[in-house]
Design a protein around this ligand. Structure first.
Ligand code: 5GP
Ligand code: ZN
Length: 142
């Protein structure tokens, strides 16, 4: 897609530090290096976000993530865990609109990385949860 920075990286028009590549995905180091080894896994087919994946593309991309994650983890004995993050939409902090998965190796509690979910459980009685779930379940089609 024109003017897509990740399509340009995939096409080799913009350099990247690639760690894995095959016919369907490319994995390269994120320039921000939130922690050392911070990697982006991107489908070679341009899709803006998770809402545009069909089941084949989803299977193809997700199938590769564990082996890429393992390779990163095995590359450094100091890596103790990994956050896998996928932002969808500007409201959700997506800034490049070619879908990608962040693989962020975790070394210690002192890593410069924050992802804390607010606990609102005291505000959600079962009735409210049931209502939300019913609205979502209605959307699944055969
Ligand atoms: P988002 O905010 O959309 O979830 O993540 C986009 C990521 O792409 C950011 O972490 C940013 O550092 C990374 N990024 C943006 N431009 C480039 C680039 O030209 N090369 C690389 N390697 N990463 C990029
Ligand atoms: Zn693209």
């Amino acid at each position: 897609m024109e003017n897509c920075i990740f399509c340009k990286i995939i096409a080799g028009e913009i350099p990247s530090t690639t760690i894995y590549e095959d016919e369907s995905v490319k994995a390269f180091l994120d320039i921000s290096q939130t922690t050392p080894g911070h990697t982006l896994v991107v489908p070679k087919k341009h899709v803006a976000d998770i809402f545009e994946y069909d089941t084949n593309l989803a299977a193809t991309v997700f199938q590769r993530i564990p082996k890429i994650a393992r390779a990163i983890k095995n590359s450094n004995t100091s890596i103790k865990g990994m956050n896998i993050v996928n932002n969808n939409g500007a409201i959700a902090y997506q800034s490049v609109f070619h879908s990608h998965f962040h693989l962020i190796p975790r070394y210690s509690e002192k890593d410069d990385f924050k992802m804390n979910f607010t606990d609102n459980s005291d505000k959600y009685k079962q009735e409210k949860l049931n209502h939300i779930a019913a609205q979502i379940k209605k959307q699944f089609k055969e």
